[in-house]
Each structure stands twice: as structure tokens, then as C-alpha cells.
Design a protein around this ligand. Structure first.
Ligand code: GTP
Length: 291
């Protein structure tokens, strides 16, 4: 499957972020916990060089808990500070404040040695489209100051939000462009909703998801769609996910005129169920698969 995405506004976003990043001490990088490496643009290591760094595994509430722990460990071992979060829940963001101060400890101590008092840490949020940047800023700042929406590319606007005595946050997140040469990475990004749906073949995408879920989360799949036992046995659905899609179309009455099965409708239903968490907590990639 071909997934091509590098729209012109990403070039503009990159330029804007390069300027913004000069203003901050700390870069808070949001990744989607369901596919942390695929949702990461590795260029951030170069862009954020000489800045304090913090990784948020966002949408952790939608990802498999065991996988969340593995990913946390993965990034820690690489020397990053990591916090997992559900950005929609303000309570869940409490550890973030402590992590920000921890990430900037060197800078705070340097200021103190130089006799600079009360200069807050300045931070900015970065991430690829739809990873939850605006939601994070809204919840963290405790007021609606950044637009949110479940489609890529909604974020615009540039002010500092005072979060506490110690921290100020840039109200506009830096939009990173998704980066992928690998087809599998493109598929995961598409499933996360970080590339626009209209450039995708939803049926192929749903088949990839069904096959993966059948191999790693069979109980969740059975629970959601009441798929017949014979489909789930002997890895049939892993090899022939189209049989699952057909069954789902039938069970959910996804029909075209003349009672033909509407595969596209069933495919959208499966993808929506994944994105909203109705299919249960699913992680699309594990550290051991991508290393
Ligand atoms: N379940 C869950 N949903 C989240 C979380 N964070 C954000 N969302 C949802 O994800 C969708 C995208 O969130 P946004 O905050 O608009 O994402 P963004 O990164 O600012 O998107 P762009 O403006 O496209 O760059 C929205 O529907 C949010 O409600 C989270 O931690 N958990």
C-alpha cells in the first residue's frame, strides 16, 4: 500500500518551529503511545539539540498497559525523561510538572549559580498531527487556549502561558511532519489518524489492523464483533483478514443496494473503533519489533 504525505504546509511548519525552538529551554515531545516510534520524527533530535528534552507518551489510555511500560523503559534506556499521559484528563498530567522541572534541573541550577532569580523555564510542545498537542496544552494550562479537533493540521496562532512560578509554555505547538520510508510506519500513522484519511485505502488499512489485532489482541476482537470461533482459530484471521471484514460487514449490516456487502463501510467502522478505543487498548508496535 502506498502512503505519500508531505504537504507544503509542513515545510512552513518546519521553518516556524526552528524559530520557536530558539526561544525555549525545554522541548516537550508528544508521541502517540500506540506507536511511539512511528509517531516520532527523528529530526527532532537535531532540531532540539542543546535543549532540555521530555517525552510524553500521550493517549496512553488507548494503548496496551504492558506495552506502555516497555516503551517507557525503551526511551529511558536511551537517556530520555518519559511520562505517559491521557491529555484529556488534567489529573493525569500532574507528574508532568515534576518531570519538566527535572528535565530543566541543569538550567535552573546554572541560573542560580549566576544569580539569576525567578526566570521561569520556557517550554514548547511538539509532535506530529493529531498526537494531542492542543489537548495537552489545554488541559495542562487549564483553559481553552488552543484549538482541538480530531483531524490533522488544526493547530495555528503565539503567546506564553504562565503555568506556575517556574514554567511558561508557548501556546502554539510545533507541528512535526510524519516521517516514513517504511510502509508499515505509514500504515500505523494512517491508523492513528496522523495522515489524512482521503489519501488512504481504508479497506487495506482495516485489513492490516484486523490481522495485527487477531494476532495480538484476539479476545478484544472477539468481544467487540462476536466473530465466529472458526475464524479466530488456527490464526485464520491473521492470514485472511478479509474473512473478518466480511463477517463484520454482515454482522453490522453494512450493505450496499441489492444487499451486497459494503466493505468500505465495515472498514471505516473497524478503524473508528480502534481510534476511539472501543476495540480495547491496542498498541500497534512494540520496542522489540522495531529495534
Ligand atoms: N483518548 C485520548 N484522546 C486524546 C488524548 N489526547 C488527545 N486526544 C484526542 O485526539 C484528538 C486530536 O487531539 P488534538 O489535541 O487536536 O491533536 P493535535 O496534535 O493538536 O492535532 P493537530 O492540530 O492536527 O496538529 C482529539 O480528538 C483529542 O480529544 C489522550 O491522551 N487520550
Amino acid at each position: 500500500m502506498q502512503v505519500q504525505w508531505y504537504p507544503g504546509h509542513m515545510t512552513k511548519a518546519r521553518r516556524a518551529m526552528k524559530e520557536d525552538i530558539k526561544l525555549v529551554d525545554l522541548v516537550i515531545e508528544l508521541l502517540d503511545a500506540r506507536a511511539p516510534l512511528s509517531s516520532r520524527n527523528p529530526d527532532i533530535d537535531e532540531l532540539g539539540r542543546q535543549k532540555a528534552r521530555l517525552i510524553i507518551l500521550n493517549k496512553a489510555d488507548l494503548a496496551d498497559e504492558e506495552a506502555n511500560r516497555s516503551w517507557e523503559l525503551f526511551f529511558r534506556e536511551k537517556g530520555y525523561l518519559v511520562v505517559r499521559a491521557d491529555s484529556r484528563s488534567r489529573g493525569d498530567l500532574r507528574p508532568v510538572q515534576a518531570a519538566i522541572l527535572e528535565a530543566c534541573r541543569e538550567k535552573i541550577e546554572r541560573d542560580r549559580r549566576r544569580g539569576i532569580k525567578n526566570r521561569p523555564v520556557r517550554a514548547m510542545v511538539v509532535g506530529i498531527p493529531n498526537v494531542g498537542k492542543s489537548t495537552f496544552i489545554n488541559s495542562y494550562a487549564g483553559r481553552a487556549c488552543a484549538k482541538t479537533g480530531n483531524k490533522p493540521g488544526v493547530t495555528r496562532g503565539n503567546q506564553w502561558i504562565r503555568l506556575s512560578k517556574e514554567v511558561e509554555l508557548l501556546d502554539t505547538p510545533g507541528i512535526l511532519w510524519p516521517k516514513f520510508e517504511d510502509e508499515q510506519v505509514g500504515i500505523r500513522l494512517a491508523l492513528l489518524g496522523s495522515v489524512k484519511d482521503d489519501i488512504l485505502n481504508v479497506e487495506e488499512l482495516s485489513l492490516e489492523l484486523l490481522s495485527m489485532a487477531a494476532s495480538r489482541y484476539p479476545e478484544q476482537l472477539t468481544k467487540r464483533y462476536q466473530l465466529p470461533e472458526e475464524l479466530m482459530s488456527e490464526g485464520l484471521l491473521i492470514k485472511e483478514p478479509v474473512r473478518g471484514l466480511e463477517e463484520i460487514a454482515r454482522l453490522r449490516s453494512c450493505l450496499l443496494k441489492g444487499n451486497e456487502l459494503d466493505y468500505a463501510k465495515a472498514a471505516r467502522l473497524v478503524i473508528d473503533d480502534f481510534r476511539s478505543g472501543r476495540l480495547g487498548r491496542i498498541t500497534l508496535e512494540l520496542p522489540e519489533q522495531v529495534q
